[in-house]
Ligand binder design. Structure first.
Ligand SMILES: Nc1ncnc2c1ncn2[C@@H]1O[C@H](COP(=O)(O)OP(=O)(O)OP(=O)(O)O)[C@@H](O)[C@H]1O
Length: 609
């Protein structure tokens, strides 16, 4: 509850502007402040006599801050306990359950057989393997209860900090009235402290200092270290002597230490008697709960897209997907690629030591070389049909935050570190980005899409279509000069349509109309839609297709772009959800139902729920 980096007094002062706008049910707060002896009768009456709630809130905050730290702490506790009634906008980030695994890492032979099995799966099945299975082994409550020290390991953004905050919350709300201590340190905030910092300085300077009898408190902590829990969040190594001594139990030998770290920093951090817990992210069930509570009915749009659904196993990405869909209509991403652009921008911002959003473009420009080198490794890996990135020259932690690391033993004495993206579709996104920097390769990739061996390269095309869109320069303008992109988009769509249709003349090659619609929707280019429709003689045949809401959105977009000519649309025997059907209704006025050449647009569909 109370922050470890600022006192309650500072907290109330800093939050004043927000509290003035957002506190409500002031009589509840006043009553409890009175009961707890923070305010006396006269003060309460005076505050109640103020002319409106705005002045009453100011008066409460003034009185409490004048009374100092203790009074501010009590006020914060009251607000926290009554937050559902007293805060206009409930700031609580609800903790959704995470899959926690205590089994340890998979053996090399298991990894190999899993990979072999995976290589034979279809793309949706492969993507689904990212989502961890929901077989709960241990809960945050168990983690609070155990006496063992704990190492929480997990990929970037997977929920380690959220889990340690949850442990802190459970601790602050438990009934146990015995005196014990819990300290939380965000190690990323402790960058400028001397490597030789003492325990006392760590606990009382970097953390909160008791008002009085500091020596006595420190003595109590030292002599009863079994009553102490210290959470060190985001540890990258043992360079701070005090942290090393805590881990080695040279200091506070009976204290419980909880460390969170990413897999690449795990070595040396997990003594044998510690409990190692791997944070694996959201299960499918949690993704559904998370998205439906964040987005209501709109969550079906995400669920129907296997790329986005599986991406959401990383809570940080789930947050971004939810934020993208829940923003004001005008700010909502129209396309899937825009969500990835948001994720990349947000990921860079999160790992940039809090760059402000208005300075973010400038910041991204400084990371240009690192991002493009990551993009190159992504392209090479995608072409080789693997998730292992090779020849990664970038060492910038901010850029590498999109990756997870894997230690692979090459011989019994040698281990190499391999990198992979947190999700395969992010690899494809970066690969598409690299192609736009190297447009000479694009034609070759279009050709590859027609071959059995390299047909997986087609998944880069929808990303490229949107990244070429001049109206959305939020990422590309920082990486590739606008003139280069303009030149590419001058020939890109014609070449794409011509190449992907070309084989159709000679063979029975199947033209994937839905895939085209998806690319054109991502491009948001009317001209490209018209070229495509004229290639099809304005006849879209989707007979027998399974149309998820995203495909429906894409089809509706393409159909509506044809202003001069109506479209003949064959929806015979399609399977479609109710949401998808609603997306399609919007474009039906652009559909030609009867026509003299006896082509008739046709609808017969099965609705799925
Ligand atoms: N269990 C959860 N319930 C709801 N949201 C969560 C949960 N876990 C994580 N999130 C969301 O995802 C974001 C990233 O999570 P978090 O900071 O905990 O990741 P992390 O594993 O600590 O990452 P890093 O390695 O980068 O420090 C959080 O800001 C939060 O919004």
């Amino acid at each position: 509850m109370a922050s470890t980096l600022q006192s309650a007094l500072e907290y109330v002062k800093n939050a004043r502007v927000h509290l003035i706008g957002e506190l409500r049910n002031l009589s509840v707060i006043l009553e409890i402040l009175h009961q707890q002896g923070v305010l006396i009768d006269e003060e309460v009456s005076k505050i109640k006599g103020e002319k409106d709630d705005y002045d009453r809130t100011r008066a409460i905050l003034d009185s409490v801050t004048r009374k100092g730290e203790d009074a501010c702490y009590k006020l914060l506790r009251i607000i926290y306990k009554t937050r559902r009634r007293t805060l206009e906008r409930n700031p609580e980030v609800l903790f959704n359950s995470l899959v926690l695994n205590t089994e340890g890492t998979m053996s090399q032979s298991k990894v190999k057989s899993f990979k072999k099995k995976k290589s034979k799966m279809s793309r949706p099945k492969k993507l689904r393997t990212y989502i961890p299975e929901n077989n709960p082994e241990i809960s945050p409550t168990d983690l609070l209860k155990t006496d063992k020290s704990i190492l929480l390991v997990g990929k970037p953004g997977i929920g380690k900090t959220a889990l340690s905050h949850e442990i802190l919350r459970l601790w602050s709300e438990r009934d146990n009235k015995e005196l014990d201590y819990m300290f939380y340190f965000d190690m990323r905030e402790l960058t400028n402290i001397p490597p030789t910092m003492s325990l006392e300085d760590l606990l009382f300077t970097a953390c909160s200092e008791p008002d009085e009898r500091k020596d006595e408190v420190l003595q109590d902590i030292k002599s009863n270290s079994d009553n102490v829990t210290i959470i060190l969040d985001g540890v990258t190594g043992l360079s701070l002597l005090v942290v090393k001594k805590l881990v080695d139990k040279d200091l506070l030998p009976d204290a419980k230490i909880i460390i969170t770290c990413r897999p690449e920093d795990e070595e040396d951090l997990c003594p044998e008697d510690w409990l190692r817990v791997e944070v694996k992210g959201f299960s499918e069930e949690t993704i559904m709960t998370y998205l439906s509570s964040a987005l209501g009915e709109n969550h079906r749009k995400v669920l129907s897209n296997v790329e986005l659904l599986t991406l959401c196993h990383v809570p940080m990405y789930a947050l971004m997907v939810a934020a993208s869909f829940s923003s004001e209509d005008s700010l909502q991403p129209r396309t899937v690629t825009e969500i990835y652009i948001n994720i990349v921008r947000f990921g860079l911002q999160m790992n940039s030591n809090k760059t402000r959003i208005r300075n973010l473009n400038q910041f991204i420009k400084t990371k240009r070389n690192g991002i493009l080198s990551l993009a190159e490794a992504a392209f090479n890996a995608t072409e080789r049909k693997t998730v292992n990135l090779e020849e990664l020259s970038c060492e910038d932690g901010c850029v590498l935050s999109f990756l997870k690391t894997l230690d692979v033993s090459t011989t019994c004495t040698k281990t190499v570190v391999k990198y992979a993206f947190l999700h395969y579709t992010l690899q494809e996104f970066f690969a598409a980005l690299w192609l736009l920097k190297n447009p000479d390769k694009i034609r070759e990739v279009f050709q590859q899409c027609l071959t059995e061996e390299k047909k997986h390269m087609k998944h880069l095309i929808p990303f490229m279509c949107q990244l070429l869109n001049e109206e959305n320069p939020s990422l590309m303008s920082c990486l590739i000069p606008a003139e280069e992109l303009k030149e590419t988009s001058g020939w890109f769509f014609k070449e794409m349509i011509d190449t992907l249709f070309s084989k159709d003349k000679d063979t029975e090659h199947y033209v994937d109309i839905l895939f085209f619609c998806q690319c054109l929707y991502e491009s948001q280019s009317s001209d490209a839609c018209i070229s495509f429709l004229s290639k099809l003689n304005f006849h879209l045949d989707l007979c027998g297709e399974n149309l998820d809401p995203y495909s429906c959105c894409a089809v509706a977009y393409v159909v509506t772009q044809s202003k001069g000519r109506k479209i003949r649309l064959n929806l015979q025997d399609v399977t479609v959800s109710e949401l998808g059907m609603r997306q399609l209704f919007g474009c039906l006025e652009n559909v030609q139902w009867y026509d003299s050449t006896c082509f008739v647009s046709y609808i017969s569909y099965k609705v799925i729920y």
